[in-house]
Design a protein around this ligand. Sequence first.
Ligand code: FES
Length: 120
Amino acid sequence: MPTIRFTTSDREVTFPDGDEVNLLRVAIRNDCGIPFKCASGNCGTDRVRVEAGSEHCVPPRRRERDRLGDLLGHGYRLACQTYVVGDVTVAWDPDQTEMELGSRAIDRLKQVWLTREDTA
Ligand code: FES
């Protein structure tokens, strides 16, 4: 069975072969300690550095790419947006908080909010 290693909290969780699991969901269910806030790819609080097994993470989608920007190229992922299909090891700063929005994220938010009909 594949294993997710959470090095910062010294925890390991296995899951069935063939499953695709959400990293933050696994961490919450197993009390692994990844900080989080929105669980929807907006705040960046749950950013983790993938130390091994990045090939077992599904490729990032647009929201995660916009939110992480250059950090993505340095091995970071958002746990709430990352699905895992095999052995992976992740670490994080236990004191990390929300990320400031980068210009790409701000542009994306403007695009989303300014093109929707105002129903208020
Ligand atoms: S918890 Fe906010 S981006 Fe993942």
